[in-house]
Design a binder for this molecule. Structure first.
Ligand SMILES: [Zn+2]
Length: 164
């Protein structure tokens, strides 16, 4: 009986904690989203300010990416992991699953941008090697990663972790 009720508590607690986490992450994300938009407004020169004929001199701005959020120390929250998205889900949706998927979604976007850079040869290895053990040029480090795990070989001082 007791084991049963604690299992229930876990089943209940996990999505609730996840939801609280997503709520906070989402608030920070929206705040950063506004800040980036403001910053871009200031930076983007108006047509009058450039004073040049034609549009050629107006540099096309690179789209906002998760790297812009990481630069602000903000976790990038993909659309499906946003609190606003989750509360709009239709009635009868498995919320536990939706929250789990949202957490996975965040983990994937974060992991997707990780590179391991060898401090000796400067080689950068992408985290996902599709389970193939991949060495850097000088063989001081190696990476073996896929969606379920990432293993890195070499001493801590042999590589740095790059997110982009
Ligand atoms: Zn190397």
């Amino acid at each position: 009986m007791r084991a049963n009720s604690s299992l229930r508590l876990n089943e209940f607690a996990e999505p609730v904690l996840g939801l609280i986490f997503l709520k906070f992450a989402g608030v920070k994300f929206s705040k950063t989203q506004k800040e980036i938009a403001e910053e871009r407004k200031v930076k983007t020169p108006s047509r009058f300010a450039t004073g040049q004929a034609g549009g050629a001199s107006v540099a096309r701005e690179r789209p906002v990416s998760s790297a812009d959020y990481h630069a602000q120390g903000t976790l990038f929250v993909p659309e499906k992991a946003r609190f606003s998205y989750l509360i709009e889900l239709p009635e009868g949706t498995d919320m536990g699953k939706a929250v789990n998927d949202a957490m996975k979604e965040i983990a994937t976007t974060t992991k997707l941008e990780t590179y391991y850079k060898c401090t000796h040869c400067g080689d950068e290895i992408f985290w996902n090697t599709h389970r193939k053990l991949t060495h850097c040029k000088c063989k001081k480090i190696w990476v073996d990663g896929c969606e379920d795990y990432v293993r890195v070989g070499g001493k801590e001082e042999d590589y740095s972790i790059i997110k982009r």
